[in-house]
Design a protein around this ligand. Structure first.
Ligand SMILES: Cc1cc2nc3c(=O)[nH]c(=O)nc-3n(C[C@H](O)[C@H](O)[C@H](O)COP(=O)(O)OP(=O)(O)OC[C@H]3O[C@@H](n4cnc5c(N)ncnc54)[C@H](O)[C@@H]3O)c2cc1C
Length: 680
């Protein structure tokens, strides 16, 4: 991948907008004035032309615009809302600046789920909401803004990462591998690959079955996908006919979703021609987000990274939401001494500013989180509910540190149990992934940009100037979703773990460029094979009673025979894909020839090179209300607790055949509605 940029261009308008509530309102105002449509593109251009930034003097320009067109009565509420938002809502980096510590709702974790929940709750102007985020602000973090730079933030230890490492993985020849979790506003949405996939309808119908709540079925959740998604034209404005099905997307949500904004026509034609030459094995699928993903479809949609930050912007203009960042939130059970000044694996100094939080599970007191920033110890109270949205690693870690989990395991660590819930941290599920790549007979790949500094700078300049070009994307152009052969020998001993016959076992992300991005010369294509339906399970547990110690992360990769078989088959499927005649003159050679390997050698290679896809779910899984296992009920309230809900990827009962951001959004959208219904 390209080297990391160090400075933020001063004209990074969307980023400014994301953090300037007044400008957010002004943007809406100008949009209504000049454009008359709900597309924000025109408004952004106007703001750019007027050179408006968050300098207070520039507000007068917007006021002037407003005065000039008083007839547009629609402006008034937007401007008032913007002004109100400016006065009442803010991101705080010092907890002592917060206007108070008593709220209706306190949310821990400003990631995919937490931000959506905060956004939705603050639609009710009577609700006050505090979001506690351990990570630093995402403002101006160029690697979180430019899609092409996405991998930089998780490539090596840095302040935007929790810098976790897994326990030694038996299935990976006892390797401990990095386990990426974002430590930044936006959570993993700020550093992930932006691939938008929902999974199959059968995935969600299984959630409904296992929880006995039809509200979690595909049909019930589709309106929530729509409520969340805002379909947006691709950056290059290309004709998207035949690349997606508008009927299964929405234009009125809060998270922008789009198609890739730059093209690799030669490579893309290769892929589409494969669907014609191998229509049985790799049929074309117009839109794999329809609930029936099997087949090959355009990488669509993909998030506009710089618009993801807008999510925060959408929150801020609403009143009474306070987002506190740059704290390190963990759980404490007893006393302040436990906080100490321990650093985090020697990589980050918590004393700089950390939340040290505990969920006070008490029926007598109002529910509360106690947290630390630097030395003072603060207590945030929620008169209505505490909501854990700290993700599949953070949420169980907070629960366990608060004494909510398996009683005997906690007692053994010297942690007083307050609620015996053995499923906390168990059932961790992630998808193993492995790369393959081929050198190719084409210069139209991503490699020249990565190999040549001038081209890299040109691409960056293009992105800065117009938000177009190769930096609008990751290198992947399509995804092939496929199943294991029905007569595979593994099914003689293992029940098919897929949610149904229309659910894929295997995902192949196909893209241009060398995976490592650091080949000195040559042109490559790369395929990433993800095994979507693992039967292996891991866990999140604690190593000590010191809440500053990182949790033990065991994603349980490739433990079972099924998982090893399926990832082996995924490689064979990938090689089969490039056996289509169209690849004959295009491909030169694989960089590693898996097909020449014996099964044992292939297994060894797999165990030495696979890694988790970082899609962990199920560590605080939802189950039916009367189930003897699970952590939350179908309404996402913690079993046996009061006033505590979990809304994030950890509650997902079975991993969907998908990347997990869109599924987490849909959990958050429904979760927010469940809360609103309770407190209306
Ligand atoms: C490298 C990477 C690439 C990925 N690529 C994709 C992709 O392309 N497409 C896709 O769909 N999914 C992808 N995912 C997965 C997706 O990002 C996650 O499933 C999703 O973000 C989960 O949302 P969440 O709200 O549960 O948790 P997160 O988004 O992780 O948010 C949790 C937040 O809680 C905060 N937090 C944690 N502990 C504490 C604490 N103790 N106190 C206070 N705050 C705390 C964290 O700092 C974080 O901001 C990727 C994930 C990673 C790591």
């Amino acid at each position: 991948m390209p080297s990391r940029a160090t400075s933020v261009p001063s004209y990074d308008l969307p980023c400014i907008l994301a953090h300037a509530p007044f400008l957010g309102a002004a943007q809406e105002a100008i949009q209504l004035l000049f454009d008359g449509t709900r597309t924000k593109y025109a408004a952004r251009k106007v703001l750019m032309l007027l050179d408006i930034d968050d300098d207070p003097a520039d507000y007068w320009v917007v006021v002037l615009v407003w005065v000039c067109d008083c007839a547009r009565k629609m402006l008034i509420p937007w401007l008032l809302l913007g002004l109100a938002g400016n006065c009442l809502a803010k991101i705080y980096e010092d907890v002592s600046d917060l206007p108070g510590l008593d709220y209706d709702f306190v949310i821990v974790g400003a990631g995919a789920a937490g931000n959506v929940v905060a956004n939705r709750l603050t639609e009710n102007p009577n609700f006050s909401v505090l979001v506690l985020e351990a990570g630093v602000s995402n403002e101006g973090v160029i690697d979180a803004i430019v899609p092409f730079f996405w991998a930089n933030l998780s490539a090596e230890p840095n302040i935007y990462e929790w810098n976790y490492t897994t326990t030694p993985q038996v299935g990976l020849n006892n390797r401990s591998v990095p386990y990426s979790r974002a430590h930044i506003l936006g959570g993993c949405t700020s550093h992930n690959a932006m691939v938008y996939t929902r999974g199959s309808a059968e995935d969600y119908n299984r959630w409904a079955d296992v929880t006995k709540d039809p509200g979690w079925s595909w049909d019930s959740l589709l309106p929530y996908f729509f409520k969340n998604e805002k379909w947006t034209p691709p950056a290059d404005k290309h004709d998207t006919h035949g690349e997606f099905n508008p009927a299964v997307h929405s234009t009125y949500g809060i998270n922008s979703v789009s198609l890739s904004g730059s093209r690799w026509p030669i490579f893309e034609n290769q892929v589409i021609q494969t669907t014609r030459e191998f229509p049985e094995e790799f049929p074309f699928n117009l839109d794999y987000n329809s609930g029936e993903p099997l087949g090959v479809g355009k990488l669509d949609p993909i998030y506009y990274r710089w618009r993801q930050a807008k999510l925060i912007g959408d929150i801020i203009p609403r009143t009474k939401i306070h987002t506190a960042t740059e704290f390190t939130c963990s759980a404490a059970r007893t006393s302040l001494e436990a906080c100490g000044s321990t650093d985090h694996r020697g990589r980050r100094d918590l004393r700089r500013g950390g939340i040290f939080a505990r969920y006070m599970y008490s029926v007598k007191e109002r529910t509360q989180f106690t947290f630390l920033q630097a030395d003072p110890f603060f207590t945030a109270k929620a008169s209505k509910e505490m909501i854990l949205s700290a993700g599949s690693v953070g949420t169980p870690a907070i629960l366990l540190n608060s004494g909510v989990g398996d009683k005997s395991a906690l007692t053994a660590l010297g942690i007083t149990s307050v609620l015996d819930l053995p499923s906390v941290g168990q059932n961790a599920t992630d998808q193993p992934a492995i790369f393959a790549e081929w050198s190719v007979n084409s210069t139209q790949t991503l490699d020249p940009i990565e190999q040549n500094t001038n081209l890299l700078n040109e691409a960056y300049a293009q992105w800065n100037a117009s938000r177009t070009g190769p930096f609008t994307n990751i290198g992947t152009t399509h995804i092939a979703w496929t199943r294991l052969d029905a007569n595979s020998p593994i099914f003689e001993s293992v029940t098919d773990p897929a949610a149904g016959p229309k659910t894929p076992h295997i995902e192949i992300l196909v893209g241009t460029g060398s995976e490592s991005g650091d080949g000195p010369t040559g042109n490559f294509i790369n395929f990433l094979m993800v095994m979507l339906t693992p039967t292996s399970r891991g866990s999140i547990t604690l190593q000590s009673n010191n809440p500053f110690d990182p949790p033990l992360i065991d994603p349980g990769i490739l433990i079972t025979d099924f998982d090893l078989f399926a990832i082996r088959e995924s490689i064979k499927k990938a090689y089969r894909f490039v056996e289509a005649p169209v690849w004959k003159d295009y491909i030169i050679a694989p960089t590693v020839n898996f097909l020449n390997m014996s099964t044992d050698a292939l297994d060894e290679f797999i165990r030495n090179t696979s890694s988790p896809a970082a899609h962990m779910v199920s560590t605080a899984a939802m189950s039916a209300k009367d189930a003897s296992y699970g952590v939350v009920n179908p309404d996402l309230l913690v079993k046996g607790a009061s006033g505590l809900r979990i809304i994030d990827a950890s509650i997902i009962p079975f991993i969907p055949s998908a990347h997990t951001q869109a599924p987490t959004y849909v959990v958050a959208e429904r979760g927010a509605d469940l809360i609103k219904a309770r407190w209306k």
